[in-house]
Write a protein that binds this ligand. Structure first.
Ligand code: BG6
Length: 487
């Protein structure tokens, strides 16, 4: 009888937070839905001296505490029977040999393998190198894939170096660079909304759109991650990846198919067309009290908030500004994209001189109140000529009642197992994104006066300067999703 080919999912850095918070809950959820395929082996690799049972218990508790997933005991028993632990040091070549022997025995021959790099980035080249030395990347009798967590590099040069050390061992078709924003259903829906409907696409261009805003706001501060964050800052942590990925989805041309390369080629064209960002078009800020956080360097100039304006030099978007902003410790958590349309060319009503008509805008609500809102003007009933802005709203929660939106990792891990790379970033995308943000980061370092670091209060909507930044262009920041008001 033909033996089914097993898949091994190997996690480097298995004792870390990400494994319990994201990876194992995602694998568990897909496993109980029967989507992972059989047989599957989930193998944790790390330095801590756990037995298989101790590791399974750690995952069981972590899933509940960190991810709020409370598994049915029978499901958990079934799933955890597929989980193994191999103790090893990432520095030691012989520990990779131990891992290889373990996997070969479990698999009973060459089969499919997915390696997940969930360690700190420092170890990425070393792991890849050891996998290469041990022949563990060779696709003999089954596929070999590698998922690389962010941050992918610290700047353009380190990203190029990392890509080239990965490429000495793995071919690009084996590499899956994760950006969890692409795993969010609402981010994927941007393409569905744009290209499976005919209403908006004809006006999705410079002739009808005044400008676009992308906001990724977080109410949490840096918490316990200051060691990492203080060296990274908001642009590396959020703009180089998540915000620029959202930008590509909003701005790209329709791909001919949903094939990974067709989609990614279009995204790359957008990134290539972005004009160098002027320092004058950036704001950087730090929330009050940040420097008191443990792990933050004294006198740290690391921004926890940034806003910038950029232009895409192509036919569709010539002259349309894109405003991007993101920050920690803000008033609320929301990720949304606002497409603001042109004002009416002529208003036939006799409105008071200081009356400002709100332009139409479309809000793509990525999270947490997932949906789409369209704002337009209406006549107030019974009034002579009074108008009011109202919303036409679609909410996932009410429309798809009972179907909770899956965590991004569920989709991404499954796609990587199934060999679909369309929601993963290609090497050229990563490098182009760094090419865009590097001059901003270094510009701030070398010419701090061009965009001085300003302060903002935790719980606010960012620094006052960010509002002045929009006012300079006679525009305002908008928040179109959820209950909150324009910021
Ligand atoms: C991560 C950043 O990539 O994204 C974090 O490192 C940030 O700093 C997180 O909090 C935000 O993700 P989400 O899905 O909560 O918006």
């Amino acid at each position: 009888m033909e033996r089914k080919c097993p898949t091994s999912f190997v996690i480097f850095g298995a004792s870390g937070d990400l494994t319990r918070r994201k990876l194992v809950p995602a694998l568990f959820n897909q496993y109980i839905k029967g989507r992972l395929g059989e047989p599957i082996h989930i193998v944790g690799f790390s330095r801590r001296p756990y037995s298989n049972d101790e590791f399974r218990q750690l995952l069981f508790e972590g899933m509940q505490e960190l991810a709020g997933v409370v598994p049915e005991i029978t499901d958990w028993k079934d799933f955890s029977g597929r989980v193994w632990y191999v103790r090893g040091d990432l520095n030691e070549k012989q520990d990779f040999e131990t891992l290889r022997t373990f996997l070969n025995e479990k698999e009973g021959g060459f089969c499919n393998r997915l390696y997940y790099l969930a360690t700190t980035p420092y170890f990425f080249p070393m792991i890849v190198n050891h996998l290469g030395e041990m022949g563990m990347a060779k696709e003999e009798g089954g596929w070999r894939r590698i998922i690389v967590e962010k941050p992918f590099g610290h700047d353009l040069n380190s990203a190029i170096d990392l890509n080239s050390s990965i490429h000495t061992v793995f071919d690009e078709h084996q590499v899956y660079r994760i950006d969890h924003y692409l795993g969010k259903d609402t981010a994927q829906n941007i393409l569905y909304f744009r290209f499976l409907n005919t209403i908006f696409e004809p006006i999705w261009n410079r002739n009808f759109i005044d400008h676009v805003q992308i906001t990724v706001a977080e109410d949490l501060d840096v918490g316990h991650r200051a060691d990492y964050y203080d060296k990274a800052g908001i642009v590396r942590d959020m703009f180089q990846n998540h915000l620029l990925q959202l930008l590509t989805l909003v701005a790209m041309e329709p791909p001919a198919s949903f094939d990974a390369d067709a989609v990614r080629n279009e995204k790359v064209k957008v990134l290539r067309s972005v004009r160098t960002i002027a320092l004058d078009d950036t704001i950087r800020a730090q929330y009050d009290g940040y420097y008191e956080t443990e792990g933050v360097a004294p006198g740290s100039q690391t921004p926890t908030y940034a806003a910038l304006k950029l232009y895409i030099d192509n036919w569709r978007w010539q002259g349309v500004p894109f405003y991007l902003r993101s920050g920690k410790a803000l008033g609320t958590k929301t990720s949304e994209i606002v497409i603001e349309f042109e004002a009416p060319p002529h208003v036939m009503l006799e409105l008071p001189e200081d009356y400002e008509l709100t332009p139409n805008y479309l809000s793509l609500c990525i999270q947490p109140d997932e949906g789409i809102h369209l704002r337009f003007e209406t006549k107030v009933p019974g009034s002579l000529q009074e108008t009011r802005s109202v919303d036409m709203e679609f909410h996932y929660r009410t429309t798809f009642r009972g179907e909770a939106l899956p965590d991004a990792y569920q989709r991404l891990l499954l796609d990587a197992i199934n060999g679909d790379a369309s929601l993963f970033t290609r090497s050229d995308e990563i490098e182009l994104a760094w090419r865009l943000v590097d001059p901003v980061i270094t510009g701030w370092e070398h010419s701090p006066e061009a965009s001085p670091l300003v302060q903002y209060s935790p719980g606010s909507w960012g620094p006052l300067e960010a509002h002045a930044f929009m006012a300079r262009d006679h525009r305002v920041w908008r928040l179109g999703c959820g209950e909150h008001q324009d910021s």
